[in-house]
Design a protein around this ligand. Structure first.
Ligand code: MG
Length: 276
């Protein structure tokens, strides 16, 4: 045949897939970070907040393992314990992590400003609301309950522990596609505050919006972010935007409160026959 024909989706956006910590609740993505610090302190190898945050977005056991793979942490571990960290150490720290995280989740479960308005606006446009998270199912039971009390109840929530592998693999996004019964994947927009979360959406063939300020990249609670001087804010903002763009995010904005114009743009691009 001389010509081939390519099928192009030109329909509407059907679903928004929202991350949890740092995206819809827990401004600064504080809850996991403080617990990772505590767990390594208990293991005799204290880590910095920056080291604790480096693999954020991953399944929490994978996250602990990735911290032990950081050069500085490996060196300090070997100096303290006389050998490099091993799988059994990761298992023990993960066992330590789970109850500590369950204990303090509710202290960090306040919704991020803008979440309710955006969810309502998207539903008004016929967009279904799915969600993905690196938290385990038992942790999400707490977050789901706290979110519901504040008026946020997504149509689908998929945890890293529900699928064969968490981020950056696309499985949580694809499970949402099944749960929400939407198709094709390019009718979905994934929103996240971490690099692995953007990669997850891209792996799934979806549009992606990176959140630079409310999550892991700046890593500060809202009051502390607001208290920063404007020069400091500008420098942290530009670093976060750069990292999100380098991860391949189609759009980068400050927080979830700023995403609606991105949906307008995606809708226009779909109508023109563009793919993510
Ligand atoms: Mg997050």
């Amino acid at each position: 045949m001389t010509y081939a024909y390519r099928r192009i989706y030109r329909g509407p956006i059907q679903a928004a897939l929202l991350d949890w910590a740092g995206t819809t609740m827990d401004f600064g993505c504080m809850a996991p970070a403080v617990v990772f610090v505590k767990v390594f302190e208990r293991a005799g190898v204290p880590i910095s907040m920056e080291e604790a945050r480096a693999p954020m977005g991953a399944h929490k056991r994978v996250h602990i393992q990735k911290i032990t793979e950081l050069d500085g942490v490996r060196a300090r571990w070997a100096a303290k314990h006389g050998r490099p960290p091993a799988g059994k150490d990761v298992d023990r720290m993960f066992a330590d992590f789970v109850p500590l995280q369950l204990d303090c989740l509710s202290e960090y479960s306040e919704l991020i400003p803008g979440t309710l308005d955006v969810v309502q606006a998207l539903r008004g446009r016929g967009v279904k609301i799915g969600s993905t998270t690196g938290y385990l199912r038992e942790m999400m039971e707490i977050n789901l309950r706290d979110a519901k009390k504040q008026g946020y109840e997504p149509d689908s929530t998929v945890c890293a522990s529900d699928v064969p592998a968490g981020r950056p693999y696309p499985f949580m996004c694809l499970q949402n596609v099944i749960n929400l019964q939407v198709s094709p994947v390019e009718a979905c927009v994934k929103i996240d505050d971490t690099v692995p979360g953007i990669e997850e959406g891209l792996s799934a063939g979806m549009w992606t919006i990176g959140l630079a300020i409310s999550g892991n990249e700046v890593g500060l609670p809202l009051v502390e972010w607001r208290a920063l001087g404007s020069a400091e804010q500008a420098s942290r903002r530009s670093r976060a935007y750069e990292r999100m763009r380098m991860a391949g995010a189609h759009y980068v904005v400050d927080t979830i409160a700023d995403v609606l114009p991105c949906f307008d743009d995606v809708a226009a691009r779909l109508a023109r026959g563009e793919k993510p």
